[in-house]
Design a protein around this ligand. Sequence first.
Ligand SMILES: *Cc1c(COP(=O)(O)O)cnc(C)c1O
Length: 376
Amino acid sequence: MTQRIHDYLERTAHEAPCLVMDLERVRDNYQAFAHAMPDTRVFYAIKANPAPAILELLAELSSCFDAASVAEIRMALAAGATPDRISYSNTIKRERDIATAFDLGVRQFAFDCDAELEKIARVAPGSRVVCRLLCDGEGADWPLSKKFGCAPAMAGRLMRRAHELGLEAHGLAFHVGSQQPNPGMWDGALATCADLFRQLGEQGIEMKMVNLGGGFPARYLRDVPQVEMYGQAITGSLKRHFGNRIPQTIIEPGRGLVGDAGVIRSEIVLISKKDDDDPVRWVYLDIGKFGGLAETIDEAIRYPIRTDHDGEELAPVVLAGPTCDSVDVMYEKEPYLLPVSIEIGETVTIESTGAYTATYASNGFNGFDPLRCVCI
Ligand SMILES: *Cc1c(COP(=O)(O)O)cnc(C)c1O
């Protein structure tokens, strides 16, 4: 937790769970990316945390933006970004939304199939298109699976088709899976990209750009490599596969930019046991899967949790949320260790919760308000 968040929490009483974002940390993270990958433009993945203050800060730092919807495009514009700094990188778009984005001035679109390419050609003529490649997300804590992308040979065919349709066959994209702890994971995808750049080049189609996606991790319970390691590994792969013809590159960090800039404060509502001699306690917080901690699905993301009793004796607990829904259990298969002395009514802080929390919260399920986000 940053000192600024600590001081803010000291000053304010706990009413309901609240996410506090330290904008200074977001700024530091942005600069760390810019420094580690100086030849790469940053397109912030808005969906990770669309708080206006974050978008305004990043727009001021001259970041670009990766939008998943027209609403996100409007948010980036409202924050001060010009449309040439926005990429509509969702591969699943309604045709009328593509048309609206085009009217708003957006000229860069991602796609991964014929039908989507045809939509773009119809309502966003002459735009730059970026074909997303399948990438299995191996090793990532939150893999993006087969939902996005197409096979390399199909991507080659689609880019020729884009060219025929009068679109600008701008480049290729991939995403190595979110929370990707292995900086080497970009290498295989970059080898594929370089092959496709060569093949299409021989056919007179000169692609210009590779979108390296997101995947840069936040630090949760386990250590992760620094962003410099990712920069070095990716630069090495670009040189190895593209030689002296390195294309323009962009990255679309979400989690890596805002994850560790946020802390949620929560209250312990109940501590109980399921049998008198059961050694495992159940600890129920006032936030759970529906309140913003959706990435605890399958116990994928394990957040660090701090209490007023850190350093004291630990015991395993099952950690659950406050709703009347049995899936609202966060850590059970691998119980969580919390101090034996924690008590009902005390507050805890859940760290590194700046990404994929506030907008993942339900809209009033069980009467609980969506998670509030405060930027300081
Ligand atoms: C979600 C998403 C990102 C951000 O991924 P992180 O792992 O949070 O950095 C980047 N690009 C696209 C297309 C996405 O959908």
